[in-house]
Design a protein around this ligand. Structure first.
Ligand code: RBZ
Ligand code: NIO
Length: 345
């Protein structure tokens, strides 16, 4: 597997940044979380005047063998159909990204469809969907390794073009099942607390999904090795996101985290390089069961909780103005001194 150089942020500017934040024309601490984000981005970029440049949503798409085992109310072909929808700018993520000034790029990480040489799509297909993890490992070791290499290449390409902030989203019918298994195995949380309704299963459907995932646990047994867990349950889009997030952290880019599935990709990255935590902003709390516990496990608190459960990166695009506001107040707000306003005694 590819290695990454993920380092803790350098803290030498922390005092000066905090001073700059504290001496803006406002009561001390009154911008709450915006102050935390301003400090975090200042530390990531090692400057008192951080800037968000070419913010980009990467939507990683991949298909899942498990989708054919009755774990999602929607058929597998929705994955490629949604990819076309993304490219035609008609999906939720396109609307919100357009509204808030983010560019959307769509990655074919492993969709079960031949897109030919379709322009605009980033062609990084590893295979046409994973195998069902009900009675097999989802992917080979070499495929997992390929996901890391490709994820890294995609991020480096953006970085070289001047982007310093990446939002991570995904598309892949059946991927809440993959994500639930990754959470279960990586965090040792009870399976029932990791499995949710995904795209909207009813009670009967949820019961069936839990049964399928229990059977998969029975088949795979105990696994502790990171690679074995990923090979058993990950999707190509999830593993490629993991590699991409690690490259983003190595490049000292800001990482915006979407919902349950993107968070399991981050979980896999965090298990390898816990220092990645310094670069991550959790944008929203998904309504998918498991996400709250997972964010608590990771020790991050989400900016928003709007009852959304869509994926695609939509939570990041909705939260993005908050991130922008944090950087803007740090750069543009007057200080007590510059505005001639009296500070408290
Ligand atoms: C039309 C449509 C658009 C979507 N956009 C994101 N997802 C989301 O739902 C899927 C995961 O849920 P499950 O595990 O239940 O299949 C993923 O593709 C995720 O991104 C969608 C799902 C559908 C149906
Ligand atoms: O939180 C998510 O990412 C999510 C939840 C349900 C369906 N798709 C995505």
């Amino acid at each position: 597997m590819k290695d990454f150089k993920v380092k803790k942020v350098e803290k030498s500017l922390e005092k000066e940044l905090q001073h700059k934040i504290d001496y803006k024309t406002k009561p001390l601490g009154s911008l709450g979380k915006l102050e935390d984000i301003a400090l975090q981005i200042g530390l990531i970029q090692e400057t008192l005047s951080p800037k968000i440049k070419s913010p980009t949503v990467l939507v990683f798409a991949g298909d899942h063998g498990i989708a054919n085992d009755g774990v999602s109310p929607y058929p597998q072909e929705v994955t490629y159909q949604m990819v076309m929808n993304f490219l035609n700018e008609g999906a939720g993520i396109n609307v919100f990204a357009r509204q808030n000034g983010l560019v959307v790029k769509v990655v074919d990480a492993g969709v079960n469809y031949d897109f030919g040489s379709l322009g605009k799509l980033l062609h990084y297909k590893v295979n046409k969907g994973t195998r069902s993890f009900l009675n097999n490992t989802a992917m080979e070791r070499i495929e997992l390794s390929e996901c890391f290499i490709k994820g890294s290449a995609i991020v480096n390409d953006l970085f070289e073009k001047g982007c310093n902030c990446i939002a991570f989203g995904e598309m892949g019918i059946g991927n809440t099942s993959s994500a639930a298994m990754l959470m279960h195995y990586f965090t040792e949380t009870d399976l029932h607390d990791c499995v949710g309704r995904g795209t909207g299963l009813d009670n009967k459907g949820l019961k069936k999904k839990i049964g399928v995932l229990e059977a998969a646990v029975e088949f795979h047994g105990e696994l502790e090795d990171w690679e074995k867990i990923m090979m058993a349950f990950s999707g190509f889009e999830i593993a490629m996101m993991t590699g991409a997030m690690l490259q983003a952290a190595e490049n000292k880019m800001v990482i915006l985290l979407d919902g349950f599935i993107a968070t399991t990709a981050y979980l896999a990255a965090y298990k390898l390089y816990p220092e990645i935590k310094n670069y991550v902003i959790a944008c929203h709390l998904s309504d998918e069961k498991g996400h709250k516990l997972l964010l608590e496990y990771l020790g991050v608190s989400p900016l928003l909780s709007l009852g959304m459960r869509l994926g695609e990166g939509t939570g990041t695009a909705i939260a993005f103005p908050i991130v922008n506001a944090s950087v803007n107040f740090l750069n543009e707000m007057a200080s007590f001194e510059s505005a001639g306003v009296s500070n408290k005694e």
